[in-house]
Design a protein around this ligand. Structure first.
Ligand code: HEC
Length: 117
């Protein structure tokens, strides 16, 4: 009688650990494919108005992997969310969640996707 319950125990622990981790994983998850498409369009059009349609720079600096590589992703994320007061870089936190800004920064740092039409 004792043996089966002991052997079942680790499985229960593993299961409850999964339940605890699941919401965290969901919070940090990538946007849905539809939302990702919207975000790509937004960056190419709205951010591109200042940063260049190919993100090679304009009024704002280039947002290419080679220009962002040395910069901490965390501070770039806050630049996107809060803007840079005293410069034309506006805050985007009314349009983007933190996770979405994080996703955009990750895409910029690795090579931003082309718009899918
Ligand atoms: C109205 C013009 C404008 C728009 C629109 C704009 N930016 Fe900017 N952005 C700037 C300027 C100017 C800077 C440089 C600010 C400074 O002098 O520090 C900047 C800086 C940045 C930086 C920091 C770059 C670095 O090398 O440190 C990031 C990242 C960035 N913008 C991302 C975005 C994203 C993403 C969007 C769209 C969601 C966006 N920007 C839209 C003008 C703009």
């Amino acid at each position: 009688m004792l043996l089966p319950s002991v052997t079942r125990y680790p499985a229960m622990i593993r299961l409850s650990a999964l339940c605890l981790l699941a919401p965290l994983a969901a919070a940090a998850a990538d946007p849905s494919p539809e939302r990702a498409r919207e975000l790509v369009r937004m960056v190419r059009q709205d951010c591109g108005a200042c940063h260049g349609l190919t993100l090679k720079g304009g009024l704002g600096p280039a947002l290419l992997p080679e220009t962002l590589r040395e910069k901490p992703a965390e501070s770039l994320r806050y630049t996107v969310l809060l803007g840079r007061p005293g410069t034309p870089m506006p805050p985007w936190n009314t349009f983007l969640t933190e996770a979405e800004a994080d996703w955009i920064v990750r895409q910029l740092m690795t090579g931003f996707p082309e718009e899918i039409r």
